[in-house]
Write a protein that binds this ligand. Structure first.
Ligand code: ADP
Ligand code: MG
Length: 243
């Protein structure tokens, strides 16, 4: 079953035609990794999947609802889609536990007591069980990103979007974050769309790799097809620069 179906998606910022006709389908339990050069439209594409960006035209059907249409209850859609950003976007003035509890309590999804229990459980999932009371500012970048993942999971989403979640981290922190993501994919069967430059992760975890360049999907396929048998010239050139 398809969880996300993007059809002929265009996005223009003034005369900058950033997405020029993207078709993308993400199925239940699938891990789709998006790769491509900087400025090619990867973040824009990801952000249209939960309406952080409005498409100029095209449709973005998530759980059967076209969220590109006006009048869609986007809060409802977003409750089911967690997003993790490059720069964490945590509340630095709140404790780790409060960051994770905030959305479910504010939106009336959980009582405070249940939110505490859930936050502690999620901290276990991301390997930070001792950090419930810690202040965000005391954490390393890798720890912050794992808290950000726990916070996204607190709304019990059934799709997770990741936009270069390890790009701002020191190299020694990257593995811990990727391992949490791997666990979500393999153990929890989470449906995930991940923009990353971590090709090892793409090879190991992706069901499908999508190469975006110049605002369109130039090629997509299994990790083996994309990394070992690329057909598109832009993809070949991209891979020759990064591998
Ligand atoms: P990527 O994530 O692949 O690096 P982006 O999707 O961030 O690429 O950006 C693609 C293009 O869209 C770039 O030219 C960027 O300058 C432009 N862009 C992105 N966001 C905005 C915005 N909010 N306003 C204007 N231009 C934007
Ligand atoms: Mg980006």
């Amino acid at each position: 079953m398809s969880k996300i179906k993007v059809t002929d998606l265009h996005k223009q910022y003034a005369d900058n035609h950033v997405l020029r006709g993207v078709d993308l389908e993400v199925k239940d339990n699938e891990v789709v990794v998006i790769i491509g050069p900087s400025g090619s439209g990867k973040s824009t594409l990801l952000r249209t999947l939960n309406k952080l960006e409005e498409p100029t035209s095209g449709s973005v059907v998530v759980h059967g609802t076209d969220i590109a249409k006006k009048g869609v209850d986007i809060d409802k859609v977003r409750e089911q889609i967690g997003m993790v950003f490059q720069h964490f976007n945590l509340f630095n003035n709140l404790s780790v536990g409060k960051n994770i509890m905030l959305a479910p309590v504010e939106l009336g999804k959980l009582s405070k007591e249940d939110a505490v229990k859930q936050a502690k459980k999620l901290l276990q999932v991301v390997g930070l069980e001792n950090k419930f009371d810690a202040s965000v500012s005391s954490l390393s970048g890798g720890q912050k990103q794992r808290v950000a993942i726990a916070r996204a999971l607190a709304m019990n989403p059934d799709i997770m979007l990741f936009d270069e979640p390890t790009s701002a981290l020191d190299p020694e922190m990257v593995g811990d974050v990727l391992n949490v993501m791997k666990k979500l994919a393999k153990e929890k069967g989470m449906t995930m769309v991940v923009v990353t430059h971590e090709m090892g992760f793409a090879k190991e975890v992706a069901d499908r790799v999508v190469f975006v360049d110049d605002g369109i999907i130039q090629e997509e396929g299994t990790p083996d097809e994309i990394f070992n048998h690329p057909k598109n010239d832009r993809l070949k050139s991209f891979l020759s620069k990064i591998l």
